[in-house]
Design a binder for this molecule. Structure first.
Ligand SMILES: *[C@@H]1O[C@H](CO)[C@@H](O)[C@H](O)[C@H]1NC(C)=O
Ligand SMILES: *[C@@H]1O[C@H](CO)[C@@H](O)[C@H](O)[C@H]1NC(C)=O
Length: 513
């Protein structure tokens, strides 16, 4: 009899689980790629540390193959109890961890190392203590790892493991619209300008180029702006790379602000070949500059961000860090690269490939997205929503099925970390979900550890969609407020079924008594 009650309660709980937030980053013993990416994604979005130069992810692989190497029992990042004793974050870091992740570091102890996020934080704090500006070069990273982090390791282990990890491109997205904005001012110098062209060419090399995949455009600027080629001009990689090779160096001064304005107004216009909003293809602008701008960048940069362009800023040599931060999209730690010389651009390309690939496409609420995702392909979207209104998502499958994750805590939610999930089922071609203001407030409050008072505040919701079957085509409709049709609510039917079952069981229990 007790068993029956227990079973019925369990049933109720299990069907409610779909709209329960999942956070495996705090689950002791969890491991694997999604966990590692979720931990790093949370740390990055919380803006606690400077750029980790990709080291956090690499170390998770070097130390334990994302926790999946044989014999790994506690910390994915290999932080041992002895190493943990030397973890001593500054007060400022502790404050940032509390504010950004809701973790009070003073309450953490060595037994927490088996929780992936805590282990990642411990590793990251150890790194911050080794060196603030972490090197992008693989050799220098290997040296740092072997001398400061894992003193039993040797450099070659790090280099070999990283090469193994990164030999295969992990960029599985439908494509991007990518525009390079190149500083052609006099201070760059002709030789260095050639190095920049090689860099652009090598970045392009990492992607599948095509009209329906990633499109490339290039703008060069000094005191004038030269539109080298538009997004739709070349439809394949050899042509794009040949066109990059043919770019001639302008010389002159550095009107970066004007170039940003041009990028927003012309390069990413529909006329110049950017794809329309309903396709939700991320717009990525990559600004390469060697020195301070002659004009003001702040206004034009803000406008680019508002237009939904994800801007990466690469500063070489005489850059001004503050200006790079203004140019780049937030968080700066993942959108700014600053190197001392042109040769170092070689180290940026891998990191840039990985990061551009994870950029969400901002979608205005109310814009209907039409997606087409082959199996295993991911599409990242973001939505700005006013807390007061709440938001409705309606996911209609035309073909196949997708996994759909939503979060405010991470820009690329996955199975390890999400606040909501929609799982399309073969017999359910449409699913609706309404996220009420109370839920938004609660989600935000949990992350910030304080109540949200201003209902007019906007939050950014991030979504990932992943193709499950061979071919997957969907329509995603969004609305402010509650327009969800109860007939299509995600777990409406199983919940109802379980409700009936529970009633029957409780009745049975009563009868047996
Ligand atoms: C680059 O220049 C070469 C030599 O002038 C020319 O043959 C080629 O077509 C140009 N490439 C593009 C993409 O215009
Ligand atoms: C690119 O597109 C813009 C906007 O339509 C147009 O003004 C410009 O001439 C095009 N540039 C090139 C190089 O085709």
């Amino acid at each position: 009899m007790r068993l029956l009650v227990l079973v019925s309660v369990c049933l109720l709980v299990s069907v409610w689980a779909d709209d329960t937030p999942v956070d495996l980053t705090l689950q002791p013993g969890e491991k694997g790629k999604d966990i590692v990416d979720a931990c790093i994604g949370r740390i990055n979005l919380a803006q606690i540390f400077q750029d980790d130069a990709g080291m956090l992810r690499r170390i998770a692989w070097v130390e334990s193959q994302f926790g999946e190497a044989e014999g790994v029992t506690t910390c994915i990042w290999g932080v041992t109890p002895t190493m943990y004793e030397t973890v001593s974050p500054s007060q400022a870091t502790k404050d940032a961890i509390l504010e950004g992740l809701g973790i009070d570091w003073d309450q953490v102890d060595v037994s927490d190392l088996n929780k992936p996020l805590y282990c990642a934080l411990a590793a990251r704090i150890l790194f911050a203590a080794c060196q603030t500006d972490l090197p992008l070069s693989l050799d220098l990273q290997a040296d740092l790892w072997a001398t400061c982090y894992n003193t039993q390791g040797n450099m070659q282990t790090y280099i070999d493991a990283v090469n193994e990890l990164e030999q295969e491109s992990e960029c599985k997205i439908p494509g991007m619209d990518m525009v390079f904005v190149l500083d052609g001012s006099g201070s760059v110098g002709a030789d260095n300008f050639e190095t920049v062209k090689d860099f652009v060419s090598s970045v392009v090399d990492a992607f599948e180029i095509g009209q329906s995949r990633t499109r490339i455009g290039v703008v060069q600027y000094s005191n004038e702006i030269q539109n080298e080629f538009n997004l739709t001009e070349y439809g394949n990689k050899p042509d794009v790379q040949s066109a990059i090779g043919n770019i001639t160096y302008l010389q002159g001064s550095t009107y970066t602000g004007a170039a940003l304005r041009y990028m927003t107004d012309v390069s990413f216009s529909l006329e110049a070949g950017a794809r329309p909003a309903y396709q939700a293809i991320p717009k990525v602008g990559i600004v390469v500059t060697d020195g301070e701008a002659t004009d003001n960048v702040r206004g034009p940069a803000d406008r680019a961000h508002e237009a939904g362009i994800n801007v990466f800023a690469i500063g070489i040599g005489g850059y001004d860090r503050r200006e790079l931060n203004q140019i780049a999209t937030d968080p700066d730690a993942t959108h700014v690269f600053a190197v001392d010389n042109f040769a170092a651009t070689d180290y940026i390309k891998d990191a840039l490939e990985g990061r551009t690939c994870k950029e969400p496409a901002p979608v205005p609420v109310g814009e209907n997205v039409q997606g087409d995702l082959p199996q295993g392909t991911l599409q990242f979207l973001s939505f700005k929503v006013k807390i007061r209104h709440g938001m409705t998502f309606k996911l209609k499958m035309r073909v196949g099925s997708v996994n759909f994750y939503l979060s405010i805590r991470i820009r690329n939610p996955n199975r390890a970390l999400y606040d909501f999930r929609l799982r399309t089922r073969p017999n359910k071609m449409r699913l609706d979900i309404f996220i009420p203001p109370s839920r938004l407030r609660e989600m935000l409050g949990r992350e910030r550890r304080q109540a949200v008072v201003d209902d007019d505040e906007e939050v950014e919701l991030y979504a990932s969609l992943e193709g499950v079957d061979g071919t997957n085509q969907f329509d995603l409709e969004t609305d402010e407020g509650d327009t969800a049709d109860p007939a299509y609510l995600d777990n409406g039917s199983p919940r109802a079924a379980a409700g009936v079952l529970t009633l029957v069981m409780l009745l049975l229990t009563a009868i047996m008594q």
